[in-house]
Design a protein around this ligand. Structure first.
Ligand code: 1HN
Length: 309
């Protein structure tokens, strides 16, 4: 059973750097530190249905192309310069960007920049494996060729409410390649202090599929939360299991009987049906959290349930 856990970025970063120095990318294909929940070691998972991993890519390195049924996304932590090629399109990565790799789309990563780059990988592998639907293919060549204009799937949908009419597709996945951090900041700034937001989750915005208004992936919903200075959330519990990543600020979240203290870039989890209560630890600074959960699965199965405490 998943237990409330926090992983400190300082320790993760040191491990990732050590790993990058000692394990050639050619041997690893991907260098990912999986954040294994102490209550979910075999098979390993971060919460019941989802994984979180910290991936590191060094300047000059390439992670070769593959695809899998598992849906994935990346949330960039530090560095710049990397682009990931997803289904033939190069998608550039900068801190705070949320990039999509829906199931069965070929993807490889290349780092032409100057500094190590690290990001959070989110995947639904634990769910897909439990469903015995995990398939994985290796690309015939090592890397994909660029087949469309760079970042076009981001640029075509960047407005969010003005969408290309010629691209309506019947897909359970968002057509957006990247939700850039600059746009996320703009959305939070546009709201400012004029609303209180949610009494549990703060000013919480969901990243949506612009064609449906629904979640970005069939199994994973993503959000950004602004906890105003001094924010003290009201406790609640819900059936979705949630993984949080701290974008900036510091604070704590009481999860069941554990108090999880968090700082920039830490990762922590709120297991399904565990009570949680967020606190922004600063009286005059925002705390900003990114979160993802299996809420779309709970809703699709009629299992979504929540309770204010
Ligand atoms: C994967 O394919 C990636 O493509 C990252 O970057 C993390 C964790 C488990 C299984 C596959 C990637 C992964 C992964």
């Amino acid at each position: 059973m998943a237990v409330p856990t926090v992983w400190s970025y300082g320790a993760l970063r040191d491990h990732a750097m050590y790993f990058a120095e000692h394990l050639p990318i050619e041997d690893a294909q991907r260098r990912v530190l999986m954040l294994v929940n102490p209550g979910l070691q075999e098979p390993p998972a971060t919460v019941n249905t989802l994984y979180a991993g910290i991936q590191i890519l060094l300047p000059g390195e390439q992670a070769p192309a593959h695809r899998h049924t598992s849906n994935a996304f990346r949330f960039v932590i530090e560095g710049s310069g990397v682009y990931t090629t997803v289904a033939g399109e190069r998608v550039h990565m900068n801190p705070g960007d949320l990039l999509m790799t829906p199931g069965m789309q070929w993807h490889d990563h290349f780092h032409p920049g100057d500094d190590p780059m690290m990001w959070l990988d989110g995947l639904d592998y634990p769910l897909i494996n439990k469903l015995e639907a995990g398939f994985h293919d290796i690309y015939a060549d090592e890397f994909q060729k660029s087949e469309s204009p760079d970042d076009i799937s981001t640029r075509q949908y960047i407005h969010g409410r003005l969408n290309p009419t010629w691209l309506r597709r019947d897909s359970p996945n968002t057509p957006v390649g990247n939700y850039p951090w600059a746009e996320t900041e703009r959305a939070l700034a546009a709201i400012g202090d004029d609303v209180d937001g949610c009494e549990h989750d703060g000013v919480a915005l969901e990243y949506t599929n612009p064609l449906t208004g629904g979640a970005v992936l069939p199994t994973i919903g993503c959000r950004v939360h602004r906890l105003k200075p001094g924010f003290a959330g009201r406790p609640r519990r819900h059936t979705p299991s949630t993984i949080y990543h701290v974008v900036r600020g510091h604070g704590s979240t009481q999860v069941g009987d554990r108090l999880l203290e968090w700082h920039p870039h830490d990762v922590f989890v709120v297991p399904g049906w565990a009570s949680y209560q967020h606190h922004n630890g600063a009286a005059d600074d925002d705390a900003v959290l990114f979160s993802y959960s299996d809420e779309p699965v709970m809703r699709a199965l009629g299992l979504h349930r929540e309770e204010s405490l």
